[in-house]
Design a protein around this ligand. Structure first.
Ligand code: AMP
Ligand code: MG
Length: 418
């Protein structure tokens, strides 16, 4: 087992071990945010026929080419096509057909004249403006043609994709399975949120932040509870998670007396790939995989709440996204200007919790304060994690750095822009 590797090496090892999950068929209605596992080719042409973009009249150019208010064209309204109706009768010379928006235009139609450009009395239609060729006609197939590849595997199903699938008559869709993530915590000091915190006990908040991190990216958390600091209880909890796709534990992977996670994992047949990553927060991260084709991945996250969240963010999240079939695995990066000077020792890469603000055209990053990995409030203030490279010792105020954007709402505006 390797130890003390760089974050980039750790990520490479993890992603090399991470499978893309198989496909399942789900109702298109339920597929928001899922990732398409197979291409979608259109079984139909949309719109299926040339149709009117306006309420008005289908006409022939030969009859209306010189129409104007001064010298209108006079036509006879010979029939009407409603939206959803059929237009099989050919438009003859001197004829117009009443068409509503979306109605197919009859064969022989050259253009649609808007209702506003006409006057009508009985079946006598006066056309006051000459339409251009095919004006106000939507072409058959201008959206989709039969056989078109409309969505590629890897497409993320958002509102427009789901609308498109619906318009093609697709009620179900093949998407990658969502990983099931078993979450366990370990420590005699831990209680559930309604538990008694007398005598230095603390709430196992990691279970909540990690479950929420899973949900936020579309994975399915399964909470396994708190293991006591005994080897048997840790083993019992890990066994309960062996059918999941991923096990995430927090605490118990360092070298303290009560750290049973590593020996238990080895006993259960987990091949640990590394322990310890040159980063801060979050050095004591372990990663491995259970033997066998569908053996779950295992992440032993550090116990400190910020370390647990940051290591999840940097390593578990990209792995879960790969499992779900996403092509883009990582958070958006922005170049941000530092609002103050940051200093550290050389050696470890720091992920600095920062707020992000727009100031005269630039994105400015400010540290959220106390960098202790126990201060969970600093995470609530952080819109991003600023990359302070391993060998750097100072980032001067005003200099630029890459920031991983955790909260895209920092881009939310206080004005509508129109
Ligand atoms: P450990 O890795 O067990 O040494 O834990 C490191 C620190 O993280 C200790 O202060 C623990 O109390 C804290 N901690 C461990 N597990 C959790 C948890 N599930 N929720 C919140 N804090 C935790
Ligand atoms: Mg502990």
């Amino acid at each position: 087992m390797r130890t003390g590797i760089t974050p980039a090496e750790a990520l490479r090892v993890i992603l090399d071990e991470t499978p893309v999950l198989a496909a399942e068929t789900v109702a298109a209605r339920e597929a928001l945010g899922r990732v398409l596992a197979a291409p979608v080719d259109s079984p139909r042409t949309l719109p299926p026929a040339d149709n009117s973009a306006m309420d008005g009249y289908a006409v022939r150019l030969a009859d209306t080419a010189r129409a104007s208010e001064a010298s209108p064209a006079v036509l006879r309204v010979s029939f009407e096509v409603a939206a959803g109706g059929e237009a099989s009768v050919e438009l003859g010379p001197g004829q117009a057909a009443r068409v509503l928006t979306g109605a197919p235009v009859p064969p022989g139609t050259d253009a649609v004249v808007r209702q506003e450009d006409t006057e009508r009395e009985g079946d006598r239609l006066t056309v006051l403006a000459a339409p251009g060729p095919r004006e106000h006609i939507r072409d058959a197939g201008e959206d989709v043609r039969i056989g078109d590849r409309v969505l590629e595997p890897g497409a993320v199903l958002g509102p427009s994709e789901l609308g498109l699938l619906a318009s093609l008559g697709r009620g179900t869709v093949a998407v990658h399975q969502r990983p099931r993530v078993a979450i366990l915590s370990g420590g005699d000091e831990l209680v559930e949120p309604d538990g008694d915190v007398a005598g230095g006990r603390i709430v196992s908040s990691n279970s909540y932040s990690i479950a929420a991190q899973c949900r936020a990216l579309g994975a399915e958390p399964v909470y396994l509870g708190i293991a006591r600091d005994t080897r048997d209880d840790v083993e019992r909890h890990f066994r309960a998670g062996l059918r999941a796709d991923v096990l995430v534990s927090s605490a118990g992977v360092s070298v303290g007396d009560h750290d049973h996670v590593r020996p238990v994992l080895e006993k259960l047949g987990c091949r640990l790939a590394f322990w310890g990553v040159q980063m801060k927060p979050g050095y004591p991260l372990a990663f491995g995989r259970f033997e066998g084709e569908s053996g779950p991945l295992v992440f032993g996250l550090p116990g400190n709440p910020v370390s647990a969240m940051v290591t999840f963010e940097e390593f578990v999240r990209p792995a879960l996204r790969r499992m779900m079939g996403h092509r883009g695995l990582f958070r958006p990066l922005v170049r941000a200007r530092l609002g103050e000077t940051l200093r550290k020792k050389a050696g470890r890469l720091h992920f600095v919790r920062v707020s992000l603000a727009h100031e005269d055209g630039a994105v400015v990053a400010h540290s959220t304060g106390n960098p202790s990995s126990g201060v969970l409030r600093s995470m609530t203030l952080a819109a991003g994690l600023l990359i302070f490279p391993a060998e750097a010792t100072e980032l001067a105020a005003g200099a630029e750095a890459d920031v991983q954007v955790l909260d895209p709402d920092f881009l939310a505006s206080d004005r509508p822009g129109f």
